[in-house]
Structure formats: C-alpha cells, structure tokens
Design a protein around this ligand. Sequence first.
Ligand SMILES: C[S@@+](CC[C@H](N)C(=O)[O-])C[C@H]1O[C@@H](n2cnc3c(N)ncnc32)[C@H](O)[C@@H]1O
Length: 207
Amino acid sequence: MTFYDEKILPFLIDKGCSLAPVMKLREKVVPLARGRVLEVGMGSGINLQLYDINKVEFVWGLEPSAGMRKKARNNIEASPVAVKLLDLPGEEIPLEDNSADTVLLTFTLCTIPDWQAGLRQMRRVLKPGGKLLFCEHGLSPDAGVRKWQDRLTPVWKKIAGGCHLNRPIADLIESAGFEIEEIHNEYAEQGPRFAGYMYYGQASAAR
Ligand SMILES: C[S@@+](CC[C@H](N)C(=O)[O-])C[C@H]1O[C@@H](n2cnc3c(N)ncnc32)[C@H](O)[C@@H]1O
C-alpha cells in the first residue's frame, strides 16, 4: 500500500465525507437501519454515530482498505452500536445468505470496481423483507453537468480511490434485482455539481 492510500486518501475521504451538507443527507438514511446491519465500504465509520441504537442489533463494517480501517478506529471505539469488522471487498461479502436485515451503502457504489458482483452479493445476504438503504452521488440528469462528469471521471478515479462521478445509481441498483421503494434526487447544498448529484432512499430485493 502506498503512503497516499494508507494516510492521505483516508484523511481526504474522512474530511470530505463528513462536511455538514453530507452529514445532513446521511441523517435522512442511516437512522432507518434496523436489526443486523451490513455497511458496505464503511470507510472511517462516519455513519456509526447516526444509527438508532434502539433498532440496530450490531453492524458488520465491511471495508477492504487497511488505511480506511485504521482511520475508523476512533469512530469504532466511540460507536454506540457494536461493530464487527470485515476486511474484504463488497464483491466477496463473507456472510451467509439471508443474514442481514439492512444493507447500508453510503458513497460507496461509486467506487466498487465490479459493482454488478457487489450488488449481487448484497442481494444474496439481505434477508427477505430486508432493506437496502443508499445515499450515493452519481450521474446528473443535466447535460452540462454530465459532460464534466464524463470528462473528469478518468482523472478523478485516480485521485479519489476509484470513485466514478458518472454512475447512474438508480439504474445500477435496479439492474441487480432490487426494487426501489423510495428515492430522492437533489444536488448537495454545497460543493461542485459534478460530484454533488445525490440519490438516496431505500430498496428491497425484487421478488
Ligand atoms: C468515498 S468512501 C465512503 C466511505 C463510507 N461509506 C462513508 O460513507 O463515509 C468509499 C469507500 O469504499 C471503499 N471501497 C473501495 N473498494 C471497495 C469494494 N470493492 N467494496 C467495498 N468497499 C470498497 C473504500 O475503501 C472507501 O472506504
């Protein structure tokens, strides 16, 4: 692992992902989690403070990056809910079928290299009746913004840990066999529009 991956990237992601407008979006989604929760790409554990302790049994925090897991230490120690760390990528979730009541994805679907395999795994481990909660940035409906998302993604990916600016989040979720039950789209209150078109809501496994 390079110094950038181990120290600089976790620092930048933690700072950028905990800005006030981002926290406001997280607050709309994370407290909906219940039961046994799988958080895919837990990062530095920013969401841990937002879980409803009366509804959550524990959280499996899946995070493949050693640098991010290290960055998460303080938030795990301060977490009001128990956290079981899983050090594998979303494409290889080491849980049994139908084992999670909630799968939480925040600002991670942009980054998972094989998103099809990742979402297939999430669907596999989600219990019948369970929810996939998501809060992600992605492809904008505005042509002018999309043009920049497409132009910038090849460079952005290199500095932002593999993050794509132009993934059509709702389409990806549905194409993996989920039914979206609720979705909200809006630009984040601050920051560049190319990284700020948000998709948040909930889905369940389509029958
Ligand atoms: C922008 S960060 C978001 C972190 C966290 N979800 C949050 O909301 O703050 C993207 C995260 O996805 C993780 N990641 C990268 N590749 C992944 C993969 N294949 N499966 C799961 N997570 C991955 C990164 O290590 C990073 O922690």
